[in-house]
Design a protein around this ligand. Structure first.
Ligand code: RP5
Length: 165
């Protein structure tokens, strides 16, 4: 595994039913040598706990938050409102609109409190974006990120379907 950077990513989800997405994000972050912690905190069912968590972000060495939520999906915005640490919002599929509701809720933040929103259920992109944000102040992480990109490009270039191109 790559050597870890000092700052961590806090992954918060609205329900334990979002755990598979959190696990996926942890795998990608670990591959990049980024430590993370995972919490289950609903903005609707445990708002006071969410506030306590938001207030503890600095002492937890957290440089970026990933907030995972489906349906009304208020968690990313409510978290972003209570910390200056950047929040990556991951809307989850499900419900009558299968994630479109969560996507619009997460992306349509009013001015002043942004949430950097990735595609519905796209935990890998949430983790990659969080790592990129941390990499701005961490040249070694930036190198590991660039190496991952290069490997992804190589996969396409080496695809047998592209032989001779
Ligand atoms: C949101 O509602 C959660 O983030 C989850 O995606 C969705 C469904 O939650 P559960 O009914 O599984 O607790 O709060």
């Amino acid at each position: 595994m790559a050597e870890t950077s000092g700052t961590r990513v806090g992954i918060v989800m609205g329900s334990r039913s979002d755990m598979a997405a959190a696990d996926k994000a942890v795998v990608v972050l670990t591959e990049l040598g980024v430590e993370s912690e995972v919490r289950v905190i609903s903005a609707h069912r445990a708002p006071a706990l969410l506030t306590r968590y938001a207030e503890s972000v600095a002492e937890r060495r957290i440089g970026v938050l990933i907030a995972i939520a489906g349906l009304a999906a208020h968690l990313p915005g409510v978290l972003a409102a209570q910390t200056t640490v950047p929040v990556v919002g991951l809307p989850m599929p499900g419900g009558v609109m299968d994630g479109l509701d969560a996507l619009l809720s997460v992306v349509q933040m009013p001015k002043g409190v942004p949430v950097a929103t990735v595609g519905v259920g796209n935990a890998e992109n949430a983790a990659l974006l969080a790592a990129q944000i941390l990499a701005v102040g961490d040249p070694q992480l930036a190198e590991r990120f660039a190496a991952r990109r290069a490997a992804a490009a190589r996969q396409i270039l080496d695809d047998p379907a592209n032989e001779g191109l």
